[in-house]
Ligand binder design. Structure first.
Ligand SMILES: N[C@@H](CCC(=O)N[C@@H](CS)C(=O)NCC(=O)O)C(=O)O
Length: 208
């Protein structure tokens, strides 16, 4: 009988990039082992072989290694839930979801995520640029989410999971979500999904 290997997710509990993958694994009900790596382990030669960019998350599925949170989400859907409503094949819906995945890797990463990295992890950055990017993104998200439950269509998709953590934790970077009522309602809608698990709150200036 073939031995089924449990999926391994290498990451950090305080990484929103890892959190989005964990949410999808949980919501697809796929068993996995979370392996939290220290900064030293992420600098090791062994980890360099898993991801030459030295970034978490990395997924190990038997002999398949997938790096990058969005790539992992696409892999999990295609392999374990093909055609599912989390990332449907329909061209229009897929393009709408892809737009938010691009925003997650673009404005969300260079806006609210960068603000949190500066405040919590002491990373360098340009507060004015980060603030402008964050405001433009949140203004857009709030207008888009007015009257909607989720980012795309009528049900949750990987767009919601990809965008959730760094919006929810934006206040850790000094970004106030009070002016964005539709965004706050949407955060609650994601938190109400079955198998949701929060990302822990960060304390200022801790090791990444
Ligand atoms: N595009 C990557 C970005 C991942 C990323 O930035 N991970 C951070 C932790 S949240 C990291 O490993 N940073 C270390 C580095 O970039 O050197 C993804 O979506 O997985």
């Amino acid at each position: 009988m073939t031995q089924v290997q449990q999926l391994k997710l290498y990451g950090s509990p305080l990484s929103g990039h890892c959190h989005r993958v964990e949410l999808l694994l949980r919501m697809l009900d796929i068993p996995y082992e979370f392996i939290a790596l220290s900064p030293e382990q992420r600098a090791s030669e062994a980890f360099l072989k898993l991801n030459p960019l030295r970034q978490i998350p990395v997924l190990e599925d038997d002999d398949v290694i997938v790096a990058d949170s969005v790539a992992i989400m696409v892999y999990l859907i295609r392999k374990y839930a093909p055609g599912s409503s989390w990332f449907p094949d329909d061209a229009v819906t897929a393009s709408q979801i892809q737009r938010w995945l691009s925003i997650a890797a673009g404005e969300l990463a260079s806006g609210p995520n960068s603000a949190r990295l500066m405040a919590v992890f002491g990373r360098p950055g340009h507060p004015d640029t980060i603030g402008q990017t964050s405001k433009r993104l949140l203004d857009f998200m709030d207008a888009h989410l007015k009257g909607r439950t989720y980012l795309v269509g009528d049900g949750p998709t990987i767009a919601d999971l990809a965008c959730y953590a760094y919006v929810a934790h934006a206040p850790e970077g000094g970004i106030d979500l009070a002016p964005y009522p539709s965004v706050r309602t949407w955060l609650g809608n994601v938190e109400a999904l079955p198998h949701f698990k929060p990302m822990p709150a960060s304390k200022p200036r801790i090791a990444a």
